[in-house]
Design a protein around this ligand. Structure first.
Ligand SMILES: NC(=O)c1ccc[n+]([C@@H]2O[C@H](COP(=O)([O-])OP(=O)(O)OC[C@H]3O[C@@H](n4cnc5c(N)ncnc54)[C@H](O)[C@@H]3O)[C@@H](O)[C@H]2O)c1
Length: 355
């Protein structure tokens, strides 16, 4: 989101404090509240506004209703060294996510490759925050997460899948870490929700259909239950893999089948599965050489010829790294509507506000 007359710049540390204080007022421990605040603010700093502070509305609602459980414990269902299977007991997604990715890194360092799969998890937010963390610890890392039944299979009208995000991150030496992080639908559901909350007049073509399955660019008419896959059958095929790795493999709900203790199911499903896969490049050409060659590849990409009308070629994560540095320095441009709404929540808890 670029800064317009409808946005204001807010300091990242202030955002962190506001989020953490609201969560603590809801009974979340200070360490866990800090983890959630860090993940949300990182999303806003890197420009993934759809998964930043505005999600506080959803989390407050889910914590108050008990859909996300504040005091649940993570259970180890299986630990075979390079593979670990966990049950998150519907605990706070970010807290479990950071523990799971750190475990994946630790085990990949020990065994060369690792997979950590988690059932009864909740929303992780922007997956790239976790994969970047693993890559900055030296690992190539992949993450997938599934969720509520809001997207029909390609060519269908029965919603069975979530927006099924996938992210990978790759260590570099001098360039910013490569971070690829996408929903396999044309757009993440939260981006459509944010466009609706901001009152945007239109959305790009191909994001979503209306309630009757007709493609639309009208923000109001666009249905969050009718999001479209990116690249038609290609995005759908990748989204299907996400459903298997995050749903079936993790022992979570998948498609229209529920495997959860949560009462909210189907479209309202809060329980999600996720899986991290980490590879230690040191077991192949060596960490140093791997990072050097990745840098070389990035340099080649940067030096390559641009198509007409294009002034710059980038690699995944590059724009986000630049945005992060700029926003840390100048503040995060936030919609005044979102600021008003967050401050209303904070005032309700008697905690610090953004303004
Ligand atoms: N946890 C969940 O359940 C869930 C569900 C859906 C989406 N999400 C999150 O939503 C977020 C947004 O997803 P999205 O689909 O809107 O992402 P997007 O379409 O904005 O794509 C972002 C990715 O594309 C790369 N990119 C963009 N322009 C580029 C260019 N010119 N050259 C090279 N790379 C470029 C970026 O570096 C980034 O990796 C992600 O963080 C995702 O994890 C989470």
């Amino acid at each position: 989101m670029e800064q317009t007359e409808r946005t204001e710049l807010v300091d990242a540390s202030r955002m962190h404090e506001v989020i953490a204080q609201v969560l603590m007022a809801l009974g979340v421990g200070d360490v866990d509240a800090d983890v959630v605040a860090e993940v949300l603010v990182e999303a806003d700093l890197t420009g993934v506004d759809s998964h930043g502070i505005h999600l506080l509305f959803m989390y407050v609602n889910r914590l108050e209703s008990g859909q996300i459980r504040v005091d649940s414990e993570i259970q180890v269902l299986d630990d075979s060294g390079s593979t670990v299977w966990l049950d998150a007991g519907l605990g706070i997604g970010q807290v479990v996510g950071i523990k799971a990715v750190d475990l994946a890194v630790e085990r990949a360092r020990e065994f060369g490759v690792s997979a950590v799969s988690v059932r009864e998890a909740t929303h992780l937010g922007a997956l790239g925050i976790y994969t970047r963390r693993a890559a900055q610890a030296g690992m190539i890392c992949l993450c997938v997460q599934n969720g509520p039944t809001v997207v029909p299979p390609f060519g269908g009208t029965t919603s069975m899948f979530s927006t099924n995000p996938i992210s990978y991150a790759i260590p570099t030496r001098t360039h910013p870490t490569i971070v690829y992080d996408i929903a396999t639908t044309a757009v993440a559901g939260n981006r459509l929700l944010l466009a609706k909350r901001r009152g945007d007049e239109s959305i790009p073509e191909g994001w979503a259909s209306d309630d009757h399955g007709r493609p639309t660019t009208d923000t109001e008419a666009a249905s969050v239950w009718n999001l479209q896959w990116f690249g038609g059958h290609k995005g759908y095929g990748l989204g299907f893999l996400v459903e298997v790795l995050a749903g079936v493999l993790a022992g979570s709900s998948y498609g229209r089948t529920e495997h959860t203790s949560s009462e909210t199911q189907g479209r309202e499903r809060v329980a999600k599965g996720f899986t991290f896969i980490a590879i230690d490049p040191d077991r192949f050409i060596g960490s140093e050489e791997f990072a050097r060659r990745t840098d070389e590849l990035i340099d080649d990409v940067h030096r390559s010829e641009t198509a007409e009308g294009v002034d710059r070629i980038a690699v995944p994560g590059e724009f986000e790294a630049e945005r992060r540095a700029q926003r840390l320095r100048d503040g995060v441009p936030m919609s005044t509507t979102v600021i008003d709404e967050i401050d209303e929540i904070a005032r309700g808890f008697g905690t610090q506000t953004l303004r």
